[in-house]
Design a protein around this ligand. Sequence first.
Ligand code: ATP
Length: 142
Amino acid sequence: MTGELTLRVITPDHIVLDTTASSIQAPGVDGLLGILPRHAPMVASLDIGLLTFRSGGKQEAIFVSGGFLEVRDNTVRVVSEAGERPEEIDQERAESAEKRARERLEQGRSLHSAEIDLLRAELSLKRASKRQQAKSYSSSLV
Ligand code: ATP
C-alpha cells in the first residue's frame, strides 16, 4: 500500500504525537484496529492499551487511555483521556500504581467491597500495566 497517514494524538493536557505513519494499530474496545493509508472514514472507541505505528522504518508504541479515534482523508486523530510516549512514562510511578491497585483488589475482594471500587482498581491496574508495556515495547524490538 502506498502513501502515508498523518497520526495526531491529543489529551486534555498535551499533544502526545503529531507525525506520519505507514501503518497504525490501535486498541479498539471491540479489538485491535489496523489502519493503512486510504482507509475508509471511521470513528471508534478506544480501550486502555498500546497504540503502535510504523514511522520512518521504525515500529513505535505509545500508551493511550480510552477516548476516540477518527480516520478521515488519510489522517488518524486520537483524543484520549491520557497518553504518553515511552520516554514520558514514569516507570516508578506506574509500578507504584500497579502495587496500589493490586492491594486494593485483594482487600476489596476479601471485604466484599462495592463493584464500583473493584472496577476502579481493575482499570487502574490496567493503566499501570499497559504503561509499563509501552515503556518496554521499543527496547523489546529487534
Ligand atoms: P496514578 O495513580 O499514578 O496517578 P493513573 O492511572 O490514575 O495513575 P491517569 O488518571 O491515567 O493516572 O493520568 C493522570 C495524569 O497523570 C495524566 O496526565 C497522565 O499522563 C499522567 N500519568 C499517570 N501515570 C503516569 C506515569 N506512570 N508516567 C507519566 N505520566 C503519568
